[in-house]
Design a binder for this molecule. Structure first.
Ligand SMILES: NC(=O)c1ccc[n+]([C@@H]2O[C@H](COP(=O)([O-])OP(=O)(O)OC[C@H]3O[C@@H](n4cnc5c(N)ncnc54)[C@H](OP(=O)(O)O)[C@@H]3O)[C@@H](O)[C@H]2O)c1
Length: 244
């Protein structure tokens, strides 16, 4: 029996935490959960019966990304474990009107939302290219974008820099499909509508939406693990209504 090893970034809370839970609990992956808040990652991993490995990492640090690769290699060296892919879920939202966003705000969001995932994928290129053997299916990269980064969607005030980074990661997902397709990697971007998480609550205090992170996490895990066969290089809106 082959166990698929997958990474979920930003698994310490919100959508990432529930994506990791569903991947491990429902879809049978061994999940490497990563983020900076180690205690939360450990608490999450303790809810599963050894189906998660905690790998603390700040995605903006090259040293941490390399350590994450080392941990993934270790997991994949276990009998019957094969690397399947990454859910690039970690994200940062600084909500400010355009004329109040300073260079530091732009840089921080660029580093977490675009540069970190880009460099992480680069770090894993070799592992993604390793053969899985006949008949075992493809590998998958999923970039968690936002409706704000989806072309033609209604834009919201205070989300200009965030939306621009989310458009960039969606575009990267299309490019990865092209550049990594020859080694059997599928790559897609999911542009989520609003989900009731800490990020949403901090950006829009007092506002509530009816989509919960459990629901979205399960949906993402299902897409990442099972329902991706006919999707490659796609930027998909995932929102119940418009605007999301
Ligand atoms: N909630 C929404 O309405 C919504 C809508 C559209 C798209 N999204 C996207 O969905 C994803 C998850 O959102 P969420 O609402 O669940 O957000 P969240 O509750 O704020 O969680 C964000 C996660 O990102 C991690 N993270 C942030 N900076 C990091 C860094 N430098 N290195 C490593 N990890 C880092 C955090 O972990 P640590 O603090 O442990 O580092 C945390 O686990 C994000 O990409 C977000 O942009 C959310």
């Amino acid at each position: 029996m082959i166990t698929r090893v997958s990474i979920v970034t930003g698994a310490s809370r919100g959508i990432g935490m529930f994506t990791a839970k569903a991947l491990a609990g429902v879809f049978g992956h061994h999940v490497i959960v990563t983020g900076r808040q180690v205690a939360k990652l450990e608490a999450l991993a303790n809810t599963t019966d050894g189906a998660m490995t905690v790998a603390p990492a700040d995605l903006t640090s090259e040293e941490d990304r390399n350590e994450l690769y080392r941990i993934a290699q270790q997991c994949c060296n276990s009998e019957g474990h094969h690397f399947f892919g990454i859910v690039h879920n970690a994200g940062l939202l600084v909500a400010k009107p355009f004329d109040e966003l300073d260079e530091q705000d732009w840089t921080k969001m660029w580093e977490v939302n675009v540069l970190g995932p880009a460099m992480l994928t680069k770090t894993f290129t070799k592992m993604l290219g390793d053969s899985l053997g006949d008949g075992y299916g493809k590998k998958h990269l999923v970039a968690i974008s936002s409706m704000g980064g989806f072309q033609g969607s209604k834009k919201f005030p205070s989300l200009s820099a965030y939306s621009a980074t989310k458009a960039a990661i969606a575009s990267l997902a299309e490019c990865w499909a092209e550049e990594l397709g020859s080694v059997g990697v599928h790559s897609n971007a999911l542009c989520l509508g609003a989900v009731q998480t800490d990020m949403f609550g901090e950006a829009f205090p007092g506002l509530t939406v009816d989509i919960q992170p459990e629901q979205m996490g399960h949906w993402i895990a299902n897409f990442f693990s099972e329902q991706y066969t006919f999707f490659n290089g796609k930027v998909l809106p995932v929102a119940g209504h418009d605007p999301g």
